[in-house]
Design a protein around this ligand. Structure first.
Ligand code: ADP
Ligand code: MG
Length: 350
């Protein structure tokens, strides 16, 4: 079932600023769906259109099968958590969480039950009588989340809710948020510019650039099979090489000739090859059927759990990541044999 369907959405601000340029998207019920893209790509605009805070210039949107393109915000079964928490600083945690239910006229006993349930869920129990202005950033973020969840909307919209938090707390809340979404079975539309955060939390990711959706898919697909250079770079890839010429299953790039798993189709003979950092193996043995290149280590970044090498192959830079599982470290200046499995080379559009 499609919780949300967006059709041909366009949004312009003034004459020149195109925020969304024809967005088509289906978000499934019960899905943790993430809009991922750089600053200014249209993520917040899309979320605000879903919330009803902004109207599209063109296109339509349905939520739960109902066309809500012109429905005002309070009549949509949608709640929003913004990056700025928008809490009432002088009210207690309890009263902040209860606020929405009070506005809806939910009876006191029922209200208390639901507030308590959510508070336990998000581990706010001990803080209920504190005022919000006595809380840390992470605690406020939890309250904002509880306040949105307690109303049990079908859809929860979250606009970079974790970006103001430090790394440790952020990782912890990523896990909690994902667990909460699964347990309550709600549909989450989550916005972030951080590709790791998107991958860790989402069932599916939509990558946006310039108001256009570039690719939609599960994290592993978007990461391992990006469809173009923009998506590849945004997902953190660096080893992208333009295709110079093709002969059967052999492709020549600046890196030299590489054998692919199978010959490229006619329409695939232009574009780029992607070699993920972590699929590169560093000698001395070359596994059967692998491509072998000779390189020199120019830089080594020791990151504890893994080691990153900047290699030079035929005057071209190639980055390789090795897991640090008792492997011998290569030193700067070492000559190394680079092995690449044909299956691990991905062709994509420029
Ligand atoms: P993101 O959330 O991905 O950073 P936004 O949706 O906020 O991107 O913005 C997309 C584009 O629309 C940007 O170029 C931004 O400057 C423009 N924009 C957004 N809101 C407004 C507005 N209220 N008035 C004018 N331009 C806007
Ligand atoms: Mg934004």
């Amino acid at each position: 079932a499609s919780a949300i369907a967006l059709r041909n959405l366009h949004k312009r601000f003034g004459r020149d600023a195109v925020a969304l340029d024809g967005v088509d998207l289906d978000i499934h019920a019960g899905e943790f769906f993430t809009l991922l893209g750089p600053s200014g790509c249209g993520k917040t605009t899309l979320l605000r259109i879903l919330a009803g805070l902004e109207a599209p210039n063109e296109g339509s949107l349905t939520i739960g099968g109902k066309d809500v393109t012109t429905t005002p915000p309070h009549l949509r079964s949608v709640n929003t958590v913004f990056q700025s928490y928008a809490l009432f600083p002088h009210l207690s945690v309890h009263d902040n969480i209860a606020f929405g239910l009070r506005m809806k006229g939910v009876a006191a006993a029922e209200r208390e039950r639901r507030v308590q349930e959510i508070a336990d869920f998000i581990k706010l129990g001990a803080l209920m009588e504190r005022r919000v202005n006595q809380l840390s950033g992470g605690q406020r973020q939890r309250v904002a989340l509880a306040r949105a969840l307690v109303c049990e909307p079908d859809v929860l919209l979250l606009d970079e809710p974790l970006s103001a938090l430090d790394a440790g707390l952020r990782n912890q809340l990523q896990v909690e948020l994902q667990r909460t979404q699964k347990r309550l079975g709600m549909t989450f539309v989550f916005v972030t510019h951080d590709q790791e955060e998107a991958m860790v939390m989402s069932d599916r990711i939509a990558v946006l650039d310039g108001g256009v959706i570039q690719q939609v898919g599960p994290p592993q697909t978007v990461y391992e099979h990006p469809i173009n250079a923009f998506v590849a770079r945004f997902m953190g890839h660096v080893n992208l090489f333009e295709i110079d010429s093709v002969s059967g299953d052999r492709v020549t790039t600046a890196l030299g000739q590489l054998r692919l798993e199978q010959p490229l189709a006619e329409h695939e003979r232009h574009g780029m090859l992607l070699i993920r950092q972590e699929v590169i193996e560093l000698g001395p043995e070359v596994p059967e059927g692998y491509n072998a290149l000779e390189g020199v280590v120019r830089e080594r970044l020791y990151r504890g759990s893994r080691v990153e090498y900047r290699l030079e192959v035929d005057g071209v830079v190639l980055l390789a990541t090795a897991s640090n599982l008792g492997q011998r470290l290569h030193a700067v200046g070492d000559r190394v044999t680079v092995s690449i499995c044909p299956e691990d080379i991905v062709r994509l559009d420029a």
